[in-house]
Design a binder for this molecule. Structure first.
Ligand code: DMJ
Length: 502
């Protein structure tokens, strides 16, 4: 009987398929618990209780030493304000009330010290604006107006590009301003524009827009901008291009400015689409041997070799591409054009590579910088230089996971997010009640801790993880826009006008 002779072959084939599937099942993380969101919330509560006990009110929490310190002679609410909307979103009312009373009674921006215009805008000004957005409590708006006015001293330069630092007490520019980082001067716009709408003060809108016009007047090649600019002339300085530090949120805010004003400012859509095209052509590459998609760097500009260096910061771009392809509407509600589909897939692929940066290390945590390999004769997709092996509790990968989860409903994004969260729990949690800290070596399961718990751990990383496991659909991506520090702003309309390229 010829059929009978086929049975062993068939059984053999079935066994191979079963074995292969079982192995894949073992290799792949395959689930997350029902109470994942509650576990993330507990991590936030543990972090907050630690800060509350050992450093409440201070700007920096030195988690290992269990003490706080301020940036200047008095605190400016760096941690409290950056974390406030996370507590509102999680419904941690006791902490919100306590923070409100600190802001009402202790906070005073009349401090004689220089602060970074960029960092203070995205964390403190934006934290107040978003707290106002979520609660409509006038206190937060009053404080935001006060801070916005003080920071505005930065914009009185000949070019319109803000200086990097201002003194808050004298509301004056601080120090010589030869160079600034492109991302810093182009990542103030959502905040200035929302402040303009809330206060009716056009000067904030104009300042935000002027910067974008100054950038554009440089005749941006392929939508890609060098990472430095000269403050006085408004010209690009040098040719170095990257989506990591000093470049990243320029691209993010092109898209988000377009979304913030309800897709009415077409100029930013054009600039964004050109940038995506430029990124694809000049920066997107694939590793060997695993063909992981990554975004490399151009240290000497367009037309010169791309390097395999990629900052963890670049991992925001996976979510950005997905958001840009869908305008924040879930995939099932809209068919995508072939171009948008491929933009979306680029976002998915990059996010997968970022997840691999976590899964392939000894701790399951990603390094600050990875070097992707493009040489087919070498065995590994990326390696980590010892000086880049630290993990600073950064949010970019989980931010992209949250966005992709919202847009696709694909469980794998939650599964990956859960793996990452567990690695943070295992390797960044301090003994006792001290909270969590950065670590110095992701390849060492006994890595020393760095003496700091970042404010974006509370403002971004835990917020995005919590939202990743949220089933209520809170903060729909087509109705709000997150600033670069995860503070949700509403979509606005204004009479302040827009512009177009000549
Ligand atoms: C945050 O302050 C912001 O997300 C910023 O845009 C980039 N770096 C950190 C988080 O990594």
């Amino acid at each position: 009987m010829p059929q009978l002779r086929l049975y062993p072959l068939l059984l053999g084939a079935l066994a191979i398929v079963w074995f292969w599937l079982f192995n894949r099942y073992l290799e792949e993380p395959h689930s997350y618990p029902q109470d994942a969101q509650a576990e993330v919330e507990q991590a936030f509560v543990r972090s907050w209780e630690a800060y509350r006990k050992y450093a409440y009110g201070q700007d920096v929490y030195l988690a290992k030493s269990r003490k706080g310190k301020n940036i200047g002679p008095r605190p400016i609410g760096w941690i409290i304000i950056d974390s406030l909307d996370t507590m509102m979103i999680m419904g941690l009312q006791k902490y919100v009330d306590e923070a409100r009373s600190w802001i009402a009674n202790e906070l005073d921006f009349n401090v004689n010290m220089p602060v970074s215009v960029f960092e203070t805008t995205i964390r403190v000004l934006a934290g107040l604006l978003s707290a106002y957005n979520l609660s409509k409590d006038q206190l937060y708006l009053t404080r935001a107006k006060d801070l916005g006015e003080r920071l505005f001293a930065a914009y009185g330069t000949s070019s319109g590009l803000p200086v990097p630092s201002v003194n808050l007490a004298s509301a004056s520019a601080y120090g010589p301003a030869y160079q600034c980082s492109t991302a810093e001067v182009t990542t103030l716009q959502l905040e200035l524009k929302y402040l303009a709408v809330l206060t009716g003060e056009k000067k904030y809108w104009d300042a935000a827009q002027r910067i974008m016009q100054v950038v554009e007047a440089n005749h941006v090649d392929a939508g890609l901008v060098p990472i430095h600019m000269a403050v006085d002339s408004g010209k690009f300085a040098g040719k170095e291009i990257r989506l990591g530090s000093r470049g990243d949120s320029y691209y993010e805010y092109l898209l988000k400015q377009y979304l913030q004003t309800n897709k009415t400012e077409i100029v930013y859509q054009k600039m964004y689409e050109e940038a995506v095209e430029g990124i694809r052509r000049h920066l997107v590459r694939y590793s060997e041997p695993g063909k992981l998609t990554f975004i490399g760097e151009l240290p000497s500009g367009i037309g010169t070799p791309v390097t395999g260096k990629m900052d963890h910061l670049v991992c925001f771009a996976g979510g950005m591409f997905a958001l840009g392809a869908t305008d924040g509407k879930p995939l099932k509600l809209q068919p995508l054009s072939p171009e948008k589909q491929s933009e979306f897939e680029l976002g998915e692929q990059l996010t997968h590579s970022c997840v691999e940066l976590y899964l392939r290390t000894a701790t399951g945590l990603a390094p600050e910088i990875a070097m992707f390999n493009m040489n087919p004769n070498k065995p590994q997709d990326f390696y980590i230089k010892p000086q880049d092996a630290h993990n600073l509790q950064r949010p970019e990968t989980v931010e992209s996971l949250f966005i992709l989860w919202r847009l696709t409903g694909d469980q794998k994004y939650r599964v990956w997010g859960w793996k990452i969260f567990k690695a943070f729990e295992k390797f960044t949690r301090l003994p006792g009640d001290a909270g969590y800290a950065c670590i110095s070596d992701v390849e060492n399961v006994n890595s020393p801790k760095i003496d700091n718990m970042e404010s974006f751990w509370l403002a971004e990383t835990l917020k995005y993880l919590w939202l990743l496991f949220d089933d209520s659909g809170k903060l729909p991506l087509d109705q709000i826009v997150f600033n670069t520090e995860a503070h949700p702003f509403p979509i606005i309309s204004s009479d302040f006008g827009t512009w177009d390229r000549p």
